[in-house]
Design a protein around this ligand. Structure first.
Ligand SMILES: Cc1cc2nc3c(=O)[nH]c(=O)nc-3n(C[C@H](O)[C@H](O)[C@H](O)COP(=O)(O)OP(=O)(O)OC[C@H]3O[C@@H](n4cnc5c(N)ncnc54)[C@H](O)[C@@H]3O)c2cc1C
Length: 463
């Protein structure tokens, strides 16, 4: 319950229609896209302009109200699960593309702009904004920056952080802090824009983002390579990279995922394949031809039984639709889907695949694996039912084992889904206590009342 006086204050800032306190409304903003327990806020507010956004932050700080900023709520690590009784601030009305500059190749956007809508506006001007998370049809650019989202093209084009030139954000006192800029080079002062990337709403609230744009590739070629042995497919991934070819996209799917997708939407996928690689090379026409031929040869050297090259855009779209179907198809199999984000150096993909097989067997679980193999970023997806307590305990143990294995192979806890609440407990295993203590000191100075998305990244240490 929020006190009437405070509710009135929020209404004065954002207007009556943009303050929600009904049970159903609060329930609608009590979750993220992961499988963590929900928590109910006391109020949801929806500022329609920058000024109100800053005032909301200030009011929360002055009253010690815990604040969780929410874009589309598609994060997979608990980032938008509010503090119980706290405030959720929606950015969905802050959805303007303020500038697309074709001369200097940048854009200025508000945080609530939907990723795919922005990419389409940029494409209409003959330019490319490469970060393309699977959720791009609904995810927001603010959420992408706060999670440092990746996507299918990350292998060649990088992730969101590679496109952030500047972020203007409200500090906890509601003061607007400008950082970065519109120039290709900018080393003025601390890299505060860099600090905001992957900060998951814990250090500041983005008001405006400056993003880099690039020219699109002149040509591309997509292919689908089919392998009778999963280990051969994962060795082919490592070999493509070791041969110094950097495809735009290099995706992996195991047999379980292939069969589940085919069941979901008939795409003519090879049901008996142990694994498939979906690959796209792009660049100048001659380079595309050259890279495609080399990739095909490497796949065949690694015992691919077929390599099908898409003849036209319709075939190309079919290849990538199959990849986009992976998560929705898997999610239909059991009531609970746990999508993990284990990431290892690319040369360690075969070892990680082997480990996932071992873990699935040991804990008697169904794990479908797909993902951005070229980045070493696999999405082992555990299909389960959270209501079955015995099975759920095995799932938790399997998740621990997956991250232990990824770290032992020199990998990381998260390639793209962030830490949030879900992985906070593993943080010290990757970076040790030094990094946690440093982060805690920084957080306690920048946010002394610990109102900005408490508990995320640093866990109960600060919650
Ligand atoms: C089907 C599906 C596919 C996905 N595919 C990918 C993928 O390919 N790659 C990938 O990286 N992720 C993927 N994700 C995860 C998710 O979509 C991304 O993390 C995305 O960046 C979240 O954007 P959002 O707008 O939903 O942010 P939200 O979930 O609303 O918020 C995410 C975090 O950002 C913070 N935040 C939001 N706005 C602001 C702001 N203005 N200022 C400060 N902090 C803010 C929030 O507090 C929260 O901590 C996928 C998720 C789903 C459900």
């Amino acid at each position: 319950m929020i006190r009437d006086a405070l509710k009135n204050e929020f209404q004065k800032i954002v207007g009556k229609d943009n303050v929600m306190t009904e049970a159903a409304e609060l329930h609608a903003y009590s979750y993220d896209s992961a499988v963590l327990d929900q928590a109910q806020p006391a109020v949801v507010v929806r500022p329609e302009n920058s000024e109100s956004l800053g005032k909301v932050v200030k009011l929360c700080n002055e009253n010690g109200l815990k604040l969780t900023v929410r874009g589309a709520g598609t994060n997979l690590s608990g980032g938008t699960i509010p503090h119980p009784g706290g405030v959720v601030c929606l950015t969905t009305a802050l959805d303007k593309v303020l500038e697309i500059n074709e001369e200097d190749l940048y854009a200025v956007v508000q945080p609530g702009v939907v990723t795919a809508k922005f990419a389409a506006q940029v494409a209409a001007k003959g330019l490319l904004y490469p970060p393309d998370p699977g959720s791009q049809a609904v995810s927001t650019l603010g959420g992408n920056v706060a999670e440092n989202a990746g996507g299918l093209r990350a292998l060649k084009y990088g992730v969101t952080k590679d496109y952030v030139m500047g972020v203007d954000f409200f500090d906890v006192n509601g003061e607007l802090v400008a950082s970065g800029g519109k120039t290709v080079k900018c080393v003025t002062g601390y890299n505060l824009a860099g600090l905001m990337i992957a900060s998951e709403g814990t250090l500041g609230v983005f008001e405006k983002i400056i993003l880099k744009l690039v020219p699109p590739p002149a040509a591309y070629k997509s292919m689908m390579a089919v392998f009778p042995d999963m280990m051969d497919a994962s060795r082919a991934v490592a070999a493509i990279i070791a041969n110094k070819i950097v495809p735009a996209t290099l995706e992996f799917m195991d047999n379980f995922t292939i069969r589940t997708i085919e069941n979901f939407r008939k795409a003519g996928l090879p049901l008996d394949a142990a694994a498939m690689l979906l690959i796209e090379v792009d660049g100048h026409q001659a380079q595309v031809e050259d890279d495609a031929a080399k990739v095909e040869a490497i796949c065949k050297e690694h015992k691919a039984v077929s390599v099908r090259v898409a003849k036209d855009d319709a075939e190309r779209n079919a290849v990538w639709q199959a990849r986009r179907d992976a998560l929705p198809a898997l999610a239909r199999v059991r009531p609970t889907t746990v999508l993990e984000d284990a990431t290892v150096p690319r040369s360690k993909i075969p070892a990680m695949m082997e480990a996932l097989g071992r873990i699935a067997k040991k804990y008697d679980l169904t794990i479908g694996t797909f993902g951005h193999a070229g980045d070493g970023n696999l999405h082992p997806t555990i299909l389960t039912d959270k209501r079955d307590q015995q099975e759920w305990h095995r799932v938790e143990a399997a998740i621990d084992a997956i991250f232990e294995e990824a770290l032992a192979l020199g990998g990381t806890l998260s390639g793209e889904h962030g830490i949030g609440l879900a992985k906070a407990k593993y943080m010290k295993n990757e970076y040790g206590v030094g990094a946690i203590n440093y982060s805690r000191r920084m957080k306690s100075v920048l946010d002394p009342n610990n109102i900005l998305n408490p508990g995320k990244i640093l866990g109960p240490l600060l919650a």
